[in-house]
Design a protein around this ligand. Structure first.
Ligand SMILES: Nc1nc2c(c(=O)[nH]1)N[C@H]1C(S)=C(S)[C@@H](COP(=O)(O)OP(=O)(O)OC[C@H]3O[C@@H](n4cnc5c(=O)[nH]c(N)nc54)[C@H](O)[C@@H]3O)O[C@H]1N2
Ligand SMILES: Nc1nc2c(c(=O)[nH]1)N[C@H]1C(S)=C(S)[C@@H](COP(=O)(O)OP(=O)(O)OC[C@H]3O[C@@H](n4cnc5c(=O)[nH]c(N)nc54)[C@H](O)[C@@H]3O)O[C@H]1N2
Ligand SMILES: [Mo]
Length: 761
């Protein structure tokens, strides 16, 4: 039930969710029921059965849900509620046809919620919004590429174009896309990583020399201690719970660090086992550290100090052989005290001592994290502090131990590997240059936040997106929307309608593309693509469904045709051949990107192959000094003025980033609405806000500007004191564009100072 008054942003101004106490366990039978209900609604019974059986099978398609790896030993489909929902969302039978665009003006569509837009179904034909027009109209592919080519060629500089990527794009399409952008002449390749794990990549590259996780699934299974910090796998990486359950069965203990008690980390009812289906499931967390938002760097610094002070706790041999910077950490640790840590974390001393005991009893330690660590001002420093702990214990490059940043989009890691990066290394550009015989631009390009600034200031004129929903996913919604409206042309390669299609530049195009689930047939026959998961495993993905419409092109084909049209005879790259046969793209990847040697042969093996990772494989650290590096940044934590709260913006159980599957957040007890703010009962009471009251959220930024998101139902919730939580993307209006992480420029969407003002319910 939604009492929706449409606002200018398209989201309902207020809704009326019903609220119950949060759940204490995740998955089990209800998860299957919920997934099947959505699958049947979107796909019908038969198509559901056919499709869901192909997810993550060796001859099937890679789940578009998340980047968690597949267990090679599994035989039957590994069931995952949110994976099934992601598949149903893509494989829906609903269609957005030219008739739809004839019926709805762009102005009317802009009043609709993101949820409504997505529910209209798959886009079936390229459509064009002419300057001043009020409807999108069908265009041919040839016309569409012509429009883009004309705008791109008219630019004063290639750097006035921005080429965004969301992390679902296959390796093949991503490789061609960055090649096209660079042949065109720019490194403006922002991607969703900039808003996601950029802080992890930055911190890990500096300290370990490789910006990726250093563990494989077996390491998790063999760990003695797993610390899960700032992550909600029950919703966002449900298959990870199977790995955690297995680790527990092997004797591992789990510390969860989170301001929220997330159901998935409490108990897991594995839908693959009778006990999980019928019984109470497996308790996962042994020690819950209910930390204040942004307190993690302080926590890990104190743990490091305590490890340094515990006789025999430091793996001195590892430290001496493989690291530098140890003395800096020792010095910084000496300055660390209990009191400031207890303030920063809100934790009790005994809890931290308990955590220390568990750390000291384990050599095989894995730390997993996601957005709860990466989206803060001091995110990079926080992750470096996590690395410090593992280095002290020698827990890198040892079985059962290492860093595990858990990636989001199913190929976000692969896209980066393929060169979707605004700051490419000279080595990568050299390899492109010698393979393709052109001089790639050497100056660094724009990341996501910088792209918004460039559009805002008129320094960028064409915005091209390979997937995603830039307008809704980016911070500072109003600023971003105004920036996008200033562009001369905005282009979106998409499967489904979203907010970015209705907040456009003077002219706009939507180019409909195949999804993962669909067959991709080119002139030489049926093609497959490849992806890389969160642990550096590369494998094939082959769609099985008939495409959603006869006019769809694959992403690979779109890039190849666009490149031919834009670059013309200036390019000697065989774009046409690449479109006909993706194995030719893989041959080039094999020659340009280390670790992909013999790509076509190795990808043919069932399960694919693992990319090399020097720290994991042989404790080699390709940093500036050739050693793993201890770092000692000053400890920071957010300061919250009296009467204010610290807001984190997070995902409900019924959404995939900006794609809203439904209006419930089952594990947190929220039903039929998304405009909720979760606040500790004592904080809410102190602010005079009863459970069920309505409040406007206003963020306060230190330049004196304020931003308001109106009409949130206050939910008294067992979060850490001083903290609040509300869903993204609705709360992106509150995140100032300039509020980003030091060193990675990732929007600090997990720590926004807000005040709550009573509103009419
Ligand atoms: N079903 C589904 N799956 C998804 C996605 C989705 O939207 N839906 N999104 C995908 C993507 S792109 C990504 S990046 C991942 C995101 O996966 P997550 O990072 O798990 O996603 P969030 O909902 O942002 O959850 C952040 C978690 O960190 C905690 N947290 C917030 N602030 C802090 C802090 O300061 N310290 C600590 N220790 N914890 C904190 C929150 O309470 C929450 O549990 O999931 C991927 N998978
Ligand atoms: N406040 C706040 N903001 C955040 C975050 C947060 O936690 N808080 N999280 C950030 C994170 S981690 C991320 S990764 C970003 C996500 O940012 P994006 O990746 O830009 O956003 P998505 O919502 O994942 O994109 C969904 C759209 O992708 C398109 N799509 C889906 N499948 C395909 C496909 O196969 N091909 C193509 N071409 N298009 C497809 C559909 O049109 C769909 O509407 O948001 C970031 N923004
Ligand atoms: Mo992400």
């Amino acid at each position: 039930m939604t009492r929706a008054t449409p606002s200018s942003s398209g989201d309902p101004v207020q809704d009326a969710p019903s609220v119950r106490p949060p759940r204490r366990s995740a998955a089990g039978l209800p998860a299957i029921g919920h997934a099947l209900r959505m699958a049947h609604r979107e796909m019908g019974v038969k198509r559901s059965a056919l499709t869901l059986l192909r997810v993550n099978q060796k001859d099937g398609f890679d789940c578009p849900g998340c980047a968690w790896p597949e267990d090679e030993r599994r035989h039957a489909a590994e069931f995952c509620e949110n994976g099934a929902k992601a598949v149903a969302e893509e494989a829906t039978r609903a269609r957005v046809t030219p008739a739809f665009f004839a019926r709805h003006t762009i102005a009317k569509l802009a009043e609709r919620s993101g949820y409504w837009l997505g529910k209209q179904g798959r886009i079936t034909q390229p459509v064009y919004l002419a300057k001043g027009a009020d409807h999108y109209q069908p265009v041919s592919w040839t016309q569409a590429f012509g429009i883009i080519a004309d705008e791109l060629r008219a630019l004063d500089s290639p750097d006035e174009a921005v080429f965004y990527t969301s992390g679902r794009t296959s390796n093949e399409a991503a490789f061609l896309y960055q090649l096209f952008a660079r042949e065109f002449g720019t490194n403006n390749l922002p991607d969703c990583s900039n808003m996601c794990h950029e802080s992890s990549g930055t911190a890990l590259t500096e300290t370990l020399g490789v910006g990726k996780g250093s563990v494989l699934l077996e390491d998790l299974h063999q760990a003695e201690l797993i610390i899960v910090a700032g992550q909600n796998p029950g919703t966002n990486h449900p298959r990870m719970l199977t790995a955690l359950e297995k680790a527990k069965q092997g004797g591992a203990r789990i510390i969860t660090v989170n301001p929220l008690p997330e159901a998935g980390m409490e108990r897991f009812r594995n839908p693959q086992t009778p006990r999980g289906l019928a019984g109470t499931g497996t308790p996962l967390t042994d020690l819950f550290l209910q930390i204040r938002i942004g307190g993690d760097q302080a926590l890990f610094r104190l743990l490091n100090k305590l490890v340094l002070e515990s006789p025999g706790a430091v793996d001195q041999e590892f430290v001496d052989t493989h690291t530098d910077g140890y003395e800096d950490l020792v010095k910084a640790a000496a300055e660390t005290g209990w009191e400031e840590t207890l303030t920063a974390t809100g934790l009790e001393r005994s809890r931290i001592e308990e955590a220390l005991r568990m750390v000291l009893e384990s050599r095989r330690i894995v730390v997993c994290w996601a957005m709860g660590l990466t989206q803060h001002k001091h995110a990079v420093a926080t992750i470096r502090e996590v690395v410090n702990l593992l280095l002290l214990r020698g827990a890198i490059g040892r079985p059962g131990a290492g860093v595990c940043p858990v990636r989001g989009h199913s190929n976000v890691q692969g896209d980066r590997t393929m060169g979707i990066v605004e700051r490419p290394t000279p080595g990568f550009l050299d390899a492109l240059e010698s393979e393709f015989g052109f001089a790639p631009p050497r100056e660094h390009g724009l990341d996501t936040v910088e792209s918004i600034r460039a559009l805002r200031d008129g320094r960028a004129q064409v915005f091209f997106a390979m997937g995603g929903n830039f307008v809704a996913a980016s911070p500072d919604t109003r600023v971003t929307e105004d920036a996008m409206r200033r562009a001369r042309l905005t282009v979106h390669v998409s499967t489904k309608l979203n907010r970015s299609h209705v907040v456009t530049g003077s002219r706009a195009l939507i180019l409909p593309t195949l999804g993962r689930t669909e067959r991709d047939v080119q002139a030489t026959g049926e093609q497959f693509v490849t992806v890389e998961d969160s642990m550096g495993m590369v494998h094939a993905s082959r769609g099985t469904l008939e495409p959603a419409g006869e006019h769809l092109l694959s992403e690979t084909a779109i890039v190849a045709r666009l490149a031919r049209r834009v670059l013309g005879t200036a390019s000697t790259t065989p774009w046409e051949d690449f479109e006909r046969d993706y194995s030719l793209v893989r041959d080039r990847i094999a020659r340009v990107i280390p670790g992909f040697e013999d790509f076509n042969t190795r990808i043919a093996r069932p399960g694919g192959f693992t990319l090399p990772h020097a720290p994991r494989d042989d404790r080699r650290f390709p940093t500036a000094t050739g050693k793993a590096r201890f770092t000692a940044a000053p400890v920071e934590h957010p300061h919250v003025p009296e009467g204010r709260l610290l807001l984190q913006t997070l995902r409900s159980h019924d959404q995939y980033n900006t794609t809203i599957y439904g209006l419930d957040d089952r594990y947190r007890g929220i039903k039929d609405g998304r405009r909720v703010v979760l606040v500790h009962p004592d904080d809410a009471t102190a602010l005079g806000l009863a459970d069920g009251a309505y409040a406007d959220l206003t963020s306060e930024w230190h330049d004196g500007t304020e931003r308001t998101a109106p009409g949130f139902r206050v939910v008294h919730y067992p979060t850490a004191r001083g903290c609040a939580a509300a869903y993204y993307p609705e709360t992106n209006v509150l995140v100032p564009l300039d509020a980003t992480a030091d060193g990675s420029n990732t929007p600090a969407s997990k720590s926004i100072v807000i005040r709550l003002t009573p509103a009419r319910g």
